[in-house]
Design a protein around this ligand. Structure first.
Ligand SMILES: [Zn+2]
Length: 368
């Protein structure tokens, strides 16, 4: 399972030779192993790094078990560097060649799906879980005193009773529930902090969820990302489905915010960003791109100077910079991405977003 340490190690690796970064979607909803292998071959067909290709092939033939939903591979054969991370999350198919691993996709996944602490609570205790990158990482539980239920209705029916035997039972039940909630919250906070949870999900009845939440210290309350109705006896399957659903929403929000921020930054003065294909290509030509942002499925033809390799969608007769001739690229995306990575920039592919349509579904944050 991918950890922060792995991510740090990848981010710090660089080499004088090219580093191959490969992301392959192996989600069962998109076909079987044969279909992935075909996709893999297509992704790698223009990569001229035979030793790295061999290492990748060896990995898929001998080690990968094709059970996950995605895989990320980083290889720099001359340095003896090879890392592969099977993922429980789908990824966009992508191949990069640069002088360092391209970890943007992994970092984004970590941002949206990493370090979830989950509590399923009832009046007696809680089942506690750590989910990371779409997988169950750790689990524990806390069980307080038994809450005695009366003949008519559950414990929650009792508060408000004032006198007589029912009143005494009611008070007792309330006290037990409150103590259980308090002890459960304290136990949960220990568990979550030991396992570095960075956001919390709480499942249960609305009443129990709220009571539990109140018992958490303020700093932990602020980490509650979502609450939902769920039985304390829910299966792992139900739970993981919920965690992924919430992760998907977080990921969608992250992408939408990124696009909105890009558009705002590009429209403000002293621009640190551009939108539209031609301004983006010019920034790529000048090696100014810090991060290029484009929609999944972005396709566009363009022209490239045969001599100085500058890209444009508005070619003059000959290149203004070197007098070279332009040739047409039926598809600029891969050339553009390769160029950005080569110059040390980053690539962010986002889901289609109507707000991005008017800007041609492409833009870039600039270095200066
Ligand atoms: Zn030129």
């Amino acid at each position: 399972m991918l950890t922060d340490k792995d991510l740090r190690e990848l981010s710090e690796f660089s080499a004088p030779q090219p580093v191959l970064s490969l992301y392959l979607n192996t989600d069962p909803s998109e076909g079987n192993a044969d279909a992935y292998r075909l996709r893999l071959r297509n992704l790698l067909k223009n990569i001229d790094l035979p030793d790295d290709l061999l290492a990748v092939e060896r990995y898929f033939n001998l080690e990968y078990d094709w059970t996950g939903r995605g895989v990320a591979i980083f290889s720099c054969a001359p340095q003896g560097f090879f890392r592969a991370y099977p993922l429980a999350l789908p990824v966009r198919n992508m191949v990069y060649k640069g002088n360092r691993p391209s970890v943007r996709i992994l970092r984004d996944l970590m941002d949206s799906y990493g370090h979830y602490g989950v509590a399923l609570v009832d009046k007696q205790g809680a089942r506690l879980f750590i989910f990371h990158m779409g997988e169950l990482f750790e689990q524990d539980g806390f069980l307080g005193d038994e809450v005695r239920r009366t003949k008519h209705g559950g414990a929650s029916a009792m508060p408000g009773a004032r006198s007589g035997a029912a009143g005494r039972v009611g008070k007792k039940v309330e006290e037990v529930v409150e103590r259980n909630m308090k002890d459960t919250a304290a136990y949960a906070v220990d568990f979550f902090s030991n396992h570095h949870a960075r956001r919390l999900l709480i499942g249960g009845t609305e009443e129990n969820v709220n009571a539990f939440r109140q018992m958490l210290p303020k700093a932990w309350q602020s980490l509650v990302l979502a609450t939902f109705p769920m039985s304390v006896t829910a299966s792992h399957g139900e739970l993981i489905e919920k965690v992924l659903e919430i992760g998907d929403m977080a990921d969608g929000r992250r992408e939408k915010n990124l696009v909105r921020d890009l558009l705002t930054t590009a429209s403000s003065s002293g621009s640190r960003a551009v939108v539209g294909l031609e301004p983006t290509l010019q920034a790529v030509n000048d090696s100014r791109v810090e991060t290029v942002v484009l929609t999944d499925g972005f396709r566009h033809p363009a022209y490239q100077c045969a001599q100085c390799a500058r890209l444009t969608v508005l070619p003059s007769q000959v290149c203004k910079y070197c007098g070279g001739k332009y040739h047409e690229l039926p598809e600029v995306r891969d050339v553009l991405i390769t160029e950005v990575i080569r110059a040390g920039g980053d690539v962010e592919v986002v889901a289609a977003d109507p707000a991005f349509d008017d800007s041609g579904n492409i833009g870039a944050y600039l270095r200066y």
